[in-house]
Design a protein. Structure first.
Length: 201
């Protein structure tokens, strides 16, 4: 009876853990996938399917690669090849563009790991797995800011006023054109405090 109770408790704990994982994935809007390397098959959940505009799995892994923008695919394959060559449990993180069937393009954040078996010369990859997240809105906002900064004749900067004075946080990088000082100098913690007119502090 005691053994049966232990098995039931373990099963209940596993179900609860899986439930919490599903909730976390849903809250972060993450898709999940796995690549079985010896069969070259890709298995993915509904959200990953939506992110990459893929049919239900399993599907050939190459079908997913075809969705990735050619320029981004080269970088992703390079990162993965390094992990394969080093045969280490390294995380691959990439932000890449995916071309959907309707011609639209989305930005995804990909986190991936490769699982290995064996040791020494016999160590070999058996499984790739990871998550997808749609970051299109964030990338579009970053691009809009970059376009604004490129077109603006202004020096854009951010300072934080602390108990110890101004602390430089960020700038558009055009300090020299407006102040005569290069970026490295004008980004020093006390530069703004020393060079701002007293009436403007």
């Amino acid at each position: 009876m005691h053994d049966i109770r232990m098995v039931r408790d373990a099963a209940d704990a596993l179900r609860e853990s899986e439930r919490q994982m599903r909730l976390a994935l849903e809250a972060a809007q993450l898709g999940t996938w796995k690549h079985v390397i010896n069969t070259d098959e890709l298995y993915h959940d509904e959200r990953a399917s939506e992110h990459m505009d893929l049919p239900p799995g399993p599907i050939p892994f190459g079908m997913m690669l075809e969705r990735i923008h050619p320029d981004d695919r080269v970088d992703l394959e390079r990162r993965v090849s390094v992990v394969m060559r080093e045969r280490g449990d390294n995380l691959v993180v990439s932000e890449l563009r995916v071309r959907r069937g309707d011609g639209s393009e989305r930005w995804l954040s990909i986190h991936a790991r490769v699982a290995f078996e064996g040791s020494g010369d016999n160590r070999h990859p058996v499984l790739g797995f990871g998550t997808t997240q749609d970051i299109t809105e964030r990338k579009q906002a970053e691009q809009a800011i970059s376009r604004f900064m490129a077109a603006s004749p202004a020096l854009i900067y951010a300072l934080e006023l602390t108990d110890h004075g101004f602390v430089f946080k960020w700038s558009s990088g055009s300090e020299e054109a407006f102040t005569g000082w290069d970026h490295a100098t004008a980004s020093q913690p006390d530069w703004w405090e020393r060079n701002l007119h007293p009436d403007d502090r």
